[in-house]
Ligand binder design. Structure first.
Ligand code: TRP
Length: 355
């Protein structure tokens, strides 16, 4: 039996090169050797109250993008969270063993609660925590932190535990949620004196996760930074973004250290170009003959070689509603079979029985 891998993707925007090199490419490799179950976390997206008109479109986009980038419905189970009602049912049950205190102390919750209440995120202090707590229980404000946001970790734990996954590939920002998942599983098992729930581990597949930098000179590529190249960008748009990437005045003396913007361009080049191409530009940098325009043109060509075929497949899939609906209904069927098993066991140990 293959080990079970579960990961969820919130449908909140298009996929960019950071997602592709940071996560997706690994998912594509994992599906060869593991029993992978990847899903669109549309219920999680509801915690930040998206426009109903865009929720479904975003879910569809993300499915098309994942499949276009190499997730194979023949190898992995690909499904939509809301197609598996067992998840919602077990979420209610697991919540009975989750403390509101531990949920309120979760970093992601505090960040999102601050956002919902309009408290500036740059001043992360004790008084903020107090302000949040005050406003959460206060009745004056028409701003509110919804209970779904608070119980986000319960829902995520159920996504994982209901599939009995032992491995969960997630980034650093989700490690705390994974830690809570383990804690809830342990607590449930010990309360009912069972070994029903499996404690999952973070799956650091292959080498250390690659950090994909953005085009704005500093930091990593991220939706909210506005420094992204999206898989769906058409080639002209992508080229424009690359040609406008931040650089510096260029090396003045041989073997100068690289500034961050230039180092970032080299990181992107390493991800997309052949080793001898990278070497050529490194040498040109070292002997001060480099022209950033040439480097960018090369980078744009090599990014296009990665993204152009993916983009074409995204559009083909988008145009084929029948394929997508067949794919997710097959995925849901498989995901539900496993989920129904776990749910039945959970109900049994909790004492919920048919009359
Ligand atoms: N919380 C995850 C994120 O924001 C998405 C997610 C939901 C998830 N359920 C999951 C990830 C289960 C892994 C496993 O990225």
């Amino acid at each position: 039996m293959k080990e079970i891998v579960v990961s969820g993707i919130r449908p909140t925007g298009n996929l960019h090169l950071g997602n592709y090199f940071g996560a997706l490419r690994n998912f594509v490799k994992m599906q060869e050797d593991y029993d992978c179950r990847f899903f669109v976390a549309d219920l999680h997206a509801l915690t930040t109250q998206p426009d109903p008109k865009t929720l479904h479109i975003n879910a569809k986009n993300i499915l098309a993008e994942y499949i276009a980038a190499g997730l194979d419905p023949e190898k992995a189970t690909i499904f939509v969270q809301s197609d598996v009602p067992e998840i919602s049912e077990m979420y209610l049950l697991l919540n009975m063993h989750v403390g509101i205190g531990e949920l309120m102390r979760t970093t992601a919750f505090k960040d999102k609660a601050r956002k919902a209440l309009g408290i500036k995120t740059d001043s992360v202090s004790e008084s903020d925590d107090e302000a949040i707590e005050h406003q959460i229980i206060g009745t004056e404000s028409n701003k509110r932190v919804n209970a779904g946001l608070l119980t986000y970790p319960t829902l995520m734990a159920v996504d994982i535990l209901i599939q009995k996954a032992s491995k969960v590939p997630v980034g650093k920002d989700q490690e705390q949620h994974l830690e809570l998942t383990r804690r809830f599983a342990r607590r449930f098992n010990s309360f009912y004196n069972t070994d029903l729930l499996v404690e999952p581990q973070n799956f650091n597949f292959g080498a250390a996760a690659v950090k994909v930098p953005g085009l704005d000179g500093s930091g990593k590529m991220g939706k909210s930074e506005g420094n992204c190249i999206y898989l769906i960008d058409d080639e002209k748009v992508m080229r424009k973004k690359v040609m406008r990437a931040v650089t510096d005045e260029g090396p003045k003396v041989p073997d100068s250290p690289m500034s961050e913007p230039i180092a970032n361009l080299f990181t992107l080049l390493e991800l997309t170009s052949a080793p001898d191409v990278v070497e050529h530009f490194r040498r040109a940098y070292a002997d001060c003959s480099i022209r950033y325009g040439d480097l960018k043109k090369q980078l744009a060509d090599d990014i296009a070689a990665v993204t152009a075929p993916i983009r074409q497949r995204i559009m083909d899939i988008q145009a084929n509603d029948e394929f997508l609906s067949r794919t997710v209904s097959r995925g849901a069927e498989r995901a539900r079979a496993a989920a129904a098993d776990t749910l039945a066991q959970v109900k049994q140990v909790m004492g919920i029985k048919k009359f």
